[in-house]
Write a protein that binds this ligand. Sequence first.
Ligand code: KG4
Ligand code: ZN
Length: 343
Amino acid sequence: MKILGIETSCDETAAAIVEDGWQVLSNVVESSVTQHQATGGIVPEVAARDAAKKIIPALDKAMAEAEMTIDEVDAIAVTAGPGLPGSLLVGIETARTLAYIHKKPLVPVHHVTGHLCSNRLHREKPPHFPVIVLTVSGGHNELVLWQSDFSFEILGYSVDDSAGEAFDKGARILGLGFPGGPEISRVAEKGNEKAYKFPRPMEKSGDYNFSFSGLKTALLYKVQELQESGLKITGNVQADLAASFQEAICEVLSTKLFNAFKEFPDTNEIFISGGVSANRRLREMIFLRSEKMQIAFHYPEKLTYCTDNAAMIAGAAYWKMQEFTENQWDWREVRPFFTKDLS
Ligand code: KG4
Ligand code: ZN
């Protein structure tokens, strides 16, 4: 089954075609990041206008790359939420129109479910369910028990900022560019992660929730203290701050992931997904620990599957269609949603 996926929940405008939930026939991602770099963060109105401009060319490109016409597509999938309302509507209304004109089933997909299923792209073999997934990006931060193809239980989530948001805000405090995650990661390569001691928020809270807004404030206070003592936040000082800040985020994420793995005795593997799963230090930290414990550790096959893309939405829709076979997937039923419910 070939599914056309559309994703416009934030600042990316993406279209892709995926066969049977894993074979990626095309994957087009158009970003508006350069426009947000000027403002140091995403302006929702700018992102939505950009999506409106790019969605049709992205669809054309996805069709051309897959060497297909829309008539050969079996179904259409679209991110229905959560996300920026204006951006979401661009994708949803485009998908509804296509489904109506071409008489195709239309499958609404939860954005986080897409990130979870990004770990199935390019992989014919399914995970050894049940598995634990840490899914972390700018807009969300969850620990999930993934029980079967399309069955998920959220174990915990961030009560305030997500890890990606902490990276983005932290980068701003350090005078780095947007998006902050790749910038902090790049600068941290030259830094000493033990140079500054930052809190590990909620590391020992006894649940699976996270909190990163206090950590960002701790970085802000440290930067102000250093500036008051006459130091400039550049060179080694900036690199040490970035490395220490990154270490604190990654350590909390990793600790909670392994806690969940240990506390759910039947789980077999661990996965990470979302934009922050591209982080080199996070991968290294989890890899070292999983190697010691002889646990299989996976992350998306390509970096483009970590950050927002439409292949993960088309992939998730396939597994959703297998689970809810009775559903008519009527385009009239598809509207934006903002719930945490992953189904
Ligand atoms: O999944 P994504 O593209 O969009 C959302 O669903 O939010 O994730 C974007 C987030 C941004 O906060 C960005 O700073 C972060 O992922 N990110 C990273 C890295 N690459 C992207 N964070 C840390 N290290 C990276 N290498
Ligand atoms: Zn995302």
